[in-house]
Write a protein that binds this ligand. Structure first.
Ligand SMILES: C[S@@+](CC[C@H](N)C(=O)[O-])C[C@H]1O[C@@H](n2cnc3c(N)ncnc32)[C@H](O)[C@@H]1O
Length: 405
């Protein structure tokens, strides 16, 4: 039926399709793409070897490392007497066991507290939120499998598509929000970095580690704006006394932002460094133009604890209970020993990990064929350099627990 609402929806759809076609046919396709990150950014979905679901061991270890702090936050959270349901959100949830196990832990810990302290257990609602391109289907299917299936699950679930840099929930809706391993992804590439006439044009590299001052400043400004925006939205959505628990990639306070990583070994082994070199390989062999590489940037920024605190001070709505910088060792000794025996399998594992986090982003810029080539270069580099297996790499993490004032 051609109701006015239906006509309006058809017209919105047509204009979106037109916009999409323009993005694809424009000469400035890649620049536009990088400004529209929220429309296609995601981890690699599905359950192939290169999927996020099969490459989330490092992020699982990061969550495990932050768990004592999460436990403390839950233990000190104000219990809401008379509430029919307690509402929990996971922002940047992706898909896989990490996603569900954190929510399970939170619900179980809160359920126990309500039972023991108030002798009353409310209902629980869990909201899994991520960008619309996230593989929600896999997540929902996982939620139907034991041990997470509905008959054994003591909480209701819903998916919430959207960017955490905007409002996702009604005012004063949430009691506890977590965002794990996600907030180092920025909302966009800063405008000056995409402008070849600007001093901040990031020539010759695809991310900011070691980049020139103007590039780093533009990213630092974007990161500050993003975090502030994130916090203001959460401030509106969180009930008084509600908890905000954040775990994100970060850098030590002693390091300036152009040094995004801990130390030289970490820099050499980090997937972003190796992908940078793989892009250079494609440029050098003439597979792609230099400009194709220069118009691509990884939208990530590792903050220091000071930068995070500054955003909280500006937002005013939360009181930080604890904030810590933690170091996570990349792989266990046993794992590394296995890989020394078979460097090829190390190459494949590391390439799968890089694809899980970066493939959809790169494919949107380079297309499928060159993305395939790029990851082949990546794999070759890793498999042929034994020193990579022998050195130790750390991931820097920032963990914050805050209470809504
Ligand atoms: C490394 S995954 C972390 C997934 C999961 N939380 C975990 O710890 O395993 C980062 C997630 O952040 C999401 N993300 C990045 N930017 C986002 C944004 N602006 N809004 C919502 N989600 C975002 C990505 O789509 C991705 O699923």
């Amino acid at each position: 039926m051609d109701t006015p609402r239906a006509m309006e929806l058809i017209s919105i759809r047509a204009s979106l399709e037109l916009k999409e076609r323009r993005l694809i046919s424009n000469n400035g396709k890649s620049q536009s793409r990088q400004r529209e990150l929220h429309r296609f950014f995601c981890m690699q979905g599905g359950d192939t070897d290169a999927s996020y679901a099969k490459n989330s061991e490092a992020t699982a270890c990061a969550i495990a490392l932050s768990k004592p702090l999460l436990r403390e936050s839950i233990a000190s959270m104000k219990l809401h007497v008379g509430e029919l349901s307690i509402r929990i959100a996971d922002l940047g949830c992706a898909t896989g066991y990490n996603t569900i196990s954190t929510i399970e832990f939170v619900v179980e810990s809160l359920r126990k507290r309500y039972e023991e302290e108030l002798n009353h257990v409310p209902e629980f609602e869990a909201f899994f939120s991520d960008l619309p391109s996230n593989d929600f289907n896999s997540l929902f299917q996982l939620l139907l499998l034991p041990p997470f299936d509905i008959s054994q699950r003591p909480y209701y679930v819903a998916g919430v598509p959207g960017s955490f840099y905007g409002r996702l929930f009604p005012s004063r809706k949430l009691h506890l929000t977590v965002s794990l391993n996600s907030l180092h992804w920025l909302s966009r590439i800063p405008e000056p970095v995409m402008d070849r006439k600007s001093a901040a044009w990031n020539r010759g590299r695809v991310w900011i580690d070691g980049a020139k001052e103007e590039v780093v400043d533009a990213f630092a400004k974007q990161s500050a704006e993003d975090l502030e925006r994130f916090l203001r939205c959460r401030m509106d959505e969180t009930v008084e006394g509600g908890v905000l628990f954040l775990l994100m990639a970060g850098r030590p306070s002693s390091q300036r932002p152009e040094n995004q990583l801990n130390d030289e070994d970490t820099r050499t082994k980090h997937p972003f460094t190796i992908i940078d070199q793989a892009w250079e390989d494609l440029v050098k062999e003439g597979s792609i133009e230099e400009e194709t590489r220069d118009t691509f940037n990884i939208p990530a920024y590792m903050r220091s604890t000071e930068e995070v605190k500054k955003a909280f001070v500006k937002c005013k709505g939360f009181e930080i209970r604890s904030i810590e910088y933690l170091k996570l060792i990349e792989n266990s000794k046993e794992r590394l020993e296995d890989w020394v025996e078979d460097p090829g399998s190390y190459g494949r594992a590391k390439t799968n990990l890089a694809q899980a986090g970066l493939r959809p982003l790169i494919e949107a810029h380079l297309g499928m064929m060159f993305t395939e080539k790029l990851f082949k270069k990546f794999e070759k580099r890793v498999s042929e350099d034994l020193s990579l297996i022998q050195s130790t790499c750390f991931y820097g993490l920032i963990v914050v627990s805050a209470i809504r004032k």
